[in-house]
Design a protein around this ligand. Structure first.
Ligand code: CAA
Length: 258
């Protein structure tokens, strides 16, 4: 499908979705959010895609929600259209693993979009921030909630109250990103991680997603019970038999998502 504000390439069972509004540092306007939602829904439906990488340009993953589009809206406008609530639904529904590959600015909605992915790999030039405070508002799609869970209260308060940016080293130290790589290596590294995930049983990778996400939604006791039951349930799959047999026979497992 041809899009105006994103580009999608599929290779080796991995979809690479690139935000593409260079004139606005990939600011998230309504067209981009609609197109991204369509691309994610299609990728989740397409059997030939087993993992997704979401990226931007070298200068910006995304510099936030589109300020030009929002500036004149009233409370009634944004409340009535539930601004950003509906547009992030496809990301919330996504069952396939998705990696954010962040280079340059990931600010406001850009940082929040990266945090909605399963994990973030970033380039050495990455800058994360929740600068909405400078616009007289606050983060609207997770900047006070997900960020606090990822980096803790002190840094989340600091970032949201001062609007300062966090560089790649601090982001890795704080647990916001899983890896930092030299800027030119970002896409190869993210694609390689995605291909590794694509080799696994999708029944197991989806279960990992559900189980790790459950850790943010419930108590430790409930989460541990959920995890144990999920572990038990995977013994009903052919992929568990194949994975364990392959280990014992000292060969590569051939998973069939059964
Ligand atoms: N919305 C709309 N346009 C944006 C934008 C945004 N969030 N961020 C950058 N742009 C546009 C600029 O207006 C500029 O366009 P023009 O050339 O037409 O003027 C172009 O992108 C390039 O930007 P700059 O000239 O500002 O580039 P820079 O290198 O000097 O600065 C920057 C880069 C520090 C990222 C700066 O652009 C900036 O501060 N952007 C805004 C960041 C921000 O406040 N994000 C939060 C948005 S609110 C939000 O996201 C709410 C939410 O939680 C959902």
């Amino acid at each position: 499908m041809a899009y105006e504000t994103i580009m999608v390439e599929v290779e080796d069972e991995v979809a690479l979705i690139r935000l593409n509004r260079p004139e606005a540092l990939n600011a998230l306007n309504s067209t981009l959010l609609t197109e991204l939602g369509e691309a994610l829904t299609e990728a989740d439906r397409n059997d030939k895609i087993r993992c997704i990488v979401l990226t931007g340009s070298e200068k910006a993953f995304a510099a936030g929600a589109d300020i030009k589009e929002m500036a004149e809206k009233s409370y009634v406008d944004v409340y009535t259209e539930d601004l950003f609530g509906a547009s992030i639904e496809p990301m919330m529904r996504l069952r396939k693993p998705i990696i954010a590959a962040v280079s340059g600015y990931a600010l406001g909605g850009g940082c929040e979009l990266a945090m909605m992915c399963d994990f973030i790999i970033c380039a050495e030039n990455a800058k994360f921030g929740q600068p909405e405070i400078n616009l007289g508002v606050v983060a609207g799609i997770g900047g006070t909630q997900r960020l606090t869970r990822f980096v803790g209260k002190a840094k989340a308060m600091d970032m949201n109250l001062t609007g300062r940016f966090m560089d790649a080293a601090e982001a890795e130290r704080s647990g916001l990103v899983s890896r930092v790589v030299p800027t030119p290596k970002l896409i190869p590294e993210a694609l390689s991680a995605a291909r590794k995930i694509a080799e696994k049983s999708t029944v197991a990778t989806r279960t990992v997603k559900e189980s790790v996400n459950r850790a943010y939604e419930t108590t430790l006791r409930e989460g541990l019970l959920f995890e144990r039951r999920a572990f038990h349930a995977l013994f009903a799959t052919e992929d568990q038999k194949e994975g364990m047999a392959a280990f014992l026979e000292k060969r590569e497992a051939q998973f069939r998502d059964r």
